[in-house]
Structure formats: structure tokens, C-alpha cells
Design a protein around this ligand. Structure first.
Ligand SMILES: NC(=O)c1ccc[n+]([C@@H]2O[C@H](COP(=O)([O-])OP(=O)(O)OC[C@H]3O[C@@H](n4cnc5c(N)ncnc54)[C@H](OP(=O)(O)O)[C@@H]3O)[C@@H](O)[C@H]2O)c1
Length: 260
């Protein structure tokens, strides 16, 4: 089955690299206009240029730090002016942030909540009323498997992500009567820039590919996931094919999670 998003406008945060870029590429190929958001203009422009080489809708890039409320509001207004009302929102921007509980300062907690929770709250607040009015909308929150079963030393990320899961459920209930569907993808281990940064910080003598293969060998499927595999599930969620699916937190982890 082919999933089409013609005439839809999708805003995807953190879409210059990794999962966000793969989702933007897939949505664009399905016909959507895509708004790419990230902080650094360089990788954003690279992503835009690469996506524009394929057939699809329009592509626009917006440098925006999603931890800053004013930047979110200004960028949303520019996206609506350029591409029309946002039909699809993917709250994806994030980064790994974990440590020993007593070492995590208030500042680190607040920064993590700003990036992973408040950005999603603020963007959802901007797009949700219009989606309800138009009777069609999709929000996908990209979270982490640790939200469902937080292991030791997984804060603050696992706590921020658990709040994102609750936000997903609240919005899905309020959106359901208006055909605004809200779901979450609980990410396990997907090859991306985040994984590359972990590799570089590790000082490993292995090649990046060997490092990723070793990490994957410990997983049930024997490999880490590819960003495109995450993008194809996200494409399904935002398409008409998922028209009766809302309020779910789907493990996108190759079977790692011990909870459903
Ligand atoms: N890959 C995994 O295995 C994995 C596992 C669990 C959860 N996740 C989650 O999945 C999401 C995507 O991860 P990824 O692996 O694709 O990460 P990535 O390769 O590091 O890409 C992160 C993207 O987010 C952007 N970003 C970061 N901070 C931002 C901010 N304050 N404002 C706007 N954009 C920002 C980055 O661009 P700039 O730096 O230029 O802003 C980049 O485009 C994240 O939320 C991550 O926490 C990933």
C-alpha cells in the first residue's frame, strides 16, 4: 500500500539529521510540504537540498531552537505563511541526557524538560486548535523506550519522556472527536548522528560501522535500527491508513523493551 500525504503540511522538529531528516524525506516523497526545523543552518540547508532532489511537495528550512518559546511562535507563524496550516506535527528534536540521579542539577532537569516536553507542549498548543477546526490532524511524539520502564541512571530523559507519553494520551483524548490523532514512537536504538556522537565520545578504536554492529549484536534482532525504518512507521501513523489509531505509544526498538 502506498501512503500519500498530498496537500498536507508537515512540521518536523530536529529534521536536519537522523530520524527527523528521514521522516521529512519520507513525508516529502509522499507529497507533503515539509518544514524542517533545527538550530544550525548548515545541516538544515544540506537536508533541504538533499530532500529537494526527489519529487514531492515544497521544502522549507527554519533555523529554530525549540527550547525558546518566542522562536517557536515566530517559526510557526512563518511556516503557516509559507506552506499553509500545519496538518502534521512531529515533535522529534532531542538528545540523550542521562546520569546518576544525585548528580543531576535543577538546570539539567529544566533544560531536558524544555527540550523534550515544553517544546512539544508549545508546538501542539499552536497547531491543535486549527487541526480540530479542520477535522484532520496528526501529531507524533518521538520518545524513548525508557519512558515505559525506566532503568537506573536513565534520568532526566526517561522522566521527560514519560511526561511526553502522558501528553500524547491527553491530546489523543481531546483530539479524537475531531479526527486529530496523536501517537508516540518509543525509540530504542536507531543509527543516527546521536549514535555517532556517542561513538566519538567513547574513544573506541573500532570503525563506526563495527561499533554500531557490536551495539546491535546485543539486541534481540541482532542489529540497531535504521532511520528509514522509523520513518516508514511514522509515515503510516500520519497517513490515512492509520485513521483509527490514536493514543498509542509504539515501541520502535527491535524488541528491546521488556514492556509492551
Ligand atoms: N537514535 C536513537 O537511538 C534514539 C534513541 C532514543 C531516543 N531518540 C530520540 O529521537 C529523536 C531523534 O534522535 P536522532 O538520533 O535522530 O538525533 P540526532 O541525529 O542527534 O538529531 C537531532 C536533531 O535535533 C536537532 N535539535 C537538537 N536540539 C534542538 C533544539 N534545541 N532545537 C531544535 N532542534 C534541535 C538537531 O539539530 P541542531 O543540533 O542543529 O539543532 C538534529 O536535527 C531525539 O529526540 C532523540 O532523543 C533517539
Amino acid at each position: 500500500m502506498e501512503y500519500r500525504l498530498d496537500d498536507r503540511t508537515a512540521l518536523i522538529t530536529g529534521s536536519s539529521l537522523g530520524l527527523g531528516r528521514a521522516m521529512a524525506t519520507a513525508f516529502h516523497a509522499a507529497g507533503a510540504n515539509v518544514a524542517l526545523l533545527a538550530r544550525r543552518p548548515g545541516p538544515l540547508e544540506e537536508a533541504k537540498a538533499a530532500i529537494e532532489t526527489q519529487d514531492g511537495g515544497q521544502v522549507r528550512a527554519y533555523p529554530c531552537d525549540v527550547t525558546d518559546r518566542r522562536q517557536i511562535e515566530d517559526t510557526h507563524a512563518r511556516v503557516v505563511a509559507d506552506l499553509g496550516d500545519v496538518d502534521i506535527l512531529v515533535n522529534n528534536a532531542g538528545q540523550s541526557q542521562t546520569g546518576v540521579f544525585e548528580d543531576i542539577t535543577d538546570e539539567v532537569w529544566q533544560a531536558d524538560l524544555d527540550l523534550k516536553l515544553f517544546a512539544a507542549i508549545r508546538l501542539s498548543r499552536l497547531v491543535f486548535p486549527g487541526m480540530k477546526e479542520r477535522g484532520w490532524g496528526r501529531i507524533v511524539n518521538i520518545l524513548n523506550t525508557a519512558a515505559k520502564a525506566p532503568p537506573p541512571r536513565s534520568a532526566p530523559t526517561s522522566v521527560s519522556r514519560a511526561a511526553g507519553m502522558a501528553l500524547t494520551k491527553v491530546l489523543s483524548g481531546e483530539g479524537a472527536p475531531h479526527n486529530v490523532l496523536v501517537n508516540a514512537l518509543m525509540i530504542g536504538s536507531i543509527k543516527s548522528d546521536q549514535i555517532r556522537r556517542g561513538y566519538e565520545a567513547s574513544g573506541s578504536e573500532l570503525s563506526f560501522e563495527a561499533y554500531v554492529a557490536r551495539a546491535g549484536a546485543r539486541l534481540p534482532m541482532g542489529r540497531v535500527g535504521e532511520a528509514e525504518e522509523c520513518a516508514s512507521v511514522a509515515l503510516f501513523l500520519v497517513s490515512e491508513a492509520a485513521s483509527y489509531l490514536t493514543g498509542c505509544a509504539i515501541n520502535m526498538d527491535g524488541g528491546v523493551s521488556r514492556v509492551v
